[in-house]
Write a protein that binds this ligand. Structure first.
Ligand code: OAD
Length: 243
């Protein structure tokens, strides 16, 4: 009899449409702290208090200090076997989309091409006043200025209370609506709108799979729950796909 992992693996083959949602847990084994749970970034820095427009308006230097710290931290990390396995799935599964809540850019560095970064990227900066925006991997000053108009730059990420970039949610919802298989990897399922994606996938008839170190509020919605490190489970799912 097939185990759960083999059954999930069998469902990733053929022409099936696969949508993967990832969260901070997929980068944990690279050394990027998660937001919640054991060793969570959440405990040391209250992300809810810093990642918001009113915090930036009141204390831009504090918010930039926090983002520059994250840029340095992530800049010293490498993609792990979970990122590599998802990049392999991208190459081997014809109908595939990776939606990530992560802003660390590690999926792209691992070689994933079809990636929707729904919360933006630590490596994007944009002007708070004019239209200047750029990708920037350099060490930034505490209060970086726009080279065009001289006003303050901001991180190119989506903060609490801000809408997603236009089109991102529409694309995610459309792709989830067509998915045959929906994998949720390394996310606590607590932050909207991503927290509702599993429910949406299920309503549209997808097989739902959770890969997480521990159960989450969405576990009850899952057809399969594989609990353990993403860096162990995803490579097992990806090996031999497309052969
Ligand atoms: P969380 O920190 O809330 O959840 C990470 C999940 O990953 C937890 O359920 C962990 O159990 C699990 N996990 C940890 N290590 C793992 C491993 N090695 N393998 C598998 N699972 C592991 O992170 P997110 O769900 O991504 O938003 O958080 C969602 C959003 O909240 C973030 O995008 C961010 C934050 O506020 C914004 O900043 C707007």
């Amino acid at each position: 009899m097939l185990g759960e992992l083999e059954m999930v693996k069998a469902m990733l083959g053929g022409e099936r449409r696969v949508v993967v949602l990832t969260g901070a847990g997929v980068s944990a084994e690279s050394g990027v702290p998660t937001f919640r749970g054991r060793d969570g970034l959440w405990r040391h820095h209250r992300v809810e208090d810093l990642a918001r427009p009113d915090a930036f308006a009141a204390h831009p230097e504090r918010v930039w200090e926090f983002y520059n710290w994250r840029r340095r931290l992530v800049g010293g990390c490498e993609p792990n076997p979970a990122h590599m396995a998802l990049a392999a799935m991208d190459r081997q599964i014809p109908n595939f989309l990776l939606i990530t809540q992560n802003v660390d850019g590690l999926h792209t560095r691992a070689g994933s091409l079809r990636v929707l970064e729904m919360h933006g990227s630590l490596w994007q900066v944009r002007c708070t006043v004019c239209t200047h925006a750029r990708e920037d991997f350099s060490e930034l000053p505490d209060m970086p200025e726009c080279p065009v108009c001289g006003h303050l730059l901001r991180p190119g990420v989506v903060w609490f209370g801000e809408p997603l970039t236009p089109g991102v949610l529409r694309l995610a919802v459309a792709e989830i609506g067509k998915a045959d298989v929906f994998l949720s990897v390394g996310t606590s399922g607590l932050v909207q709108p991503a927290a509702s994606f599993c429910q949406l996938a299920k309503e549209h008839g997808a097989v739902t799979v959770e890969i997480n170190r521990e159960p989450t509020p969405n576990t009850g919605l899952m057809d399969f729950a594989l609990h353990g490190p993403a860096g162990d489970i995803l490579p097992e799912l990806a090996v031999g796909l497309g052969e």
